[in-house]
Structure formats: C-alpha cells, structure tokens
Design a protein around this ligand. Sequence first.
Ligand code: T46
Length: 138
Amino acid sequence: MKVSDAKIIDLPKICDPRGNLTVVEELKDIPFKIARCYWIYDVPGGESRGGHAHKKLKQLLIALSGSFTVTLDDGTEKKTILLNHPYQGLILETNIWRTLDDFSSGAVCMVLASDIYDPDDYIYDYNEFIEYRKHLDG
Ligand code: T46
C-alpha cells in the first residue's frame, strides 16, 4: 500500500432530530473483519501516539469526538490527514508508518482492528521499517 492510496471514507450517517447515528459493518463499510476495538482519549496537549508500522494489521481510525492528525509514511511519501468528523474514517493498511498528533481537547480516537493485539506485528524502528518496505517493494 502506498500513502497516495490512503483516503478518508464516509461512513453511513443516519440523521435524526434526536441525534445522529453512524454505523460500521465489517466487510461492508470496511474491507476486513473486526477482531478488536480500542480507543485513545485524554491525550495531553502536544503528545503523539503511534510512531510505528504494522506488518499484517489493518485498522479503521475514527475521530469519535474532537480532532487529530494522522501522518502516513510509506518510506517514499508522507501525507498528513485531519480526522475531525465521527461519520468519517481512515483505513490504515499494512506496512505504513503512522503517527497521530495535534489532538484537540476532548478528542477520542476509536480504532477498529482486523486482529487481536500482537506485539510481534509491530515495527518500532524507522530504519528497520525502511528496509522492510524496500524488501516488500522489490
Ligand atoms: C496504532 C495506533 C493508532 C494493549 O494491551 N492492547 C491493545 O490492543 C493496544 C492497542 C495496546 N495495548 C497496550 C500496549 C502498550 O502497553 O497499550 C499500551 C499503549 O499502546 P501503544 O503504545 O501501542 O499505543 P499507540 O497509541 O502508540 O498505538 C496504538 C496501537 O498500538 C497501534 O496499533 O496503530 O494506536
């Protein structure tokens, strides 16, 4: 996957005078089965999350509340995407270095993941990531 392929997807938004509702169904709204959900919140101003890549894991990131940026890096190109709507999501494909920054006050980042937590799926060293990408990209 290349950074240029990354894009925000619009999720179903059911508008209602009682309040709106957004839904995600596996293999329909997103291209993978959901094995895990976690969320990041109470991020102090100026803090970053991420700073790694995944070999096999795919994820959908949603700003349930507030906003934050996601910087994607495929070893060749970088792109920063703002997430700030609870009816939109960003699909994070495999082998992309990602960093989450600029969390607004009260921001909540919900993540739907294609697999259970596996520390062995992470690449934490940027140089190792670059070598891994070179190997993958041939
Ligand atoms: C990602 C970004 C967006 C668990 O025990 N289970 C889990 O499912 C997760 C995600 C984390 N943890 C533990 C592992 C660490 O001791 O929670 C602690 C913090 O995790 P981490 O430093 O990986 O958090 P982030 O915000 O840097 O990264 C997370 C995800 O790990 C990662 O897959 O893409 O959010």
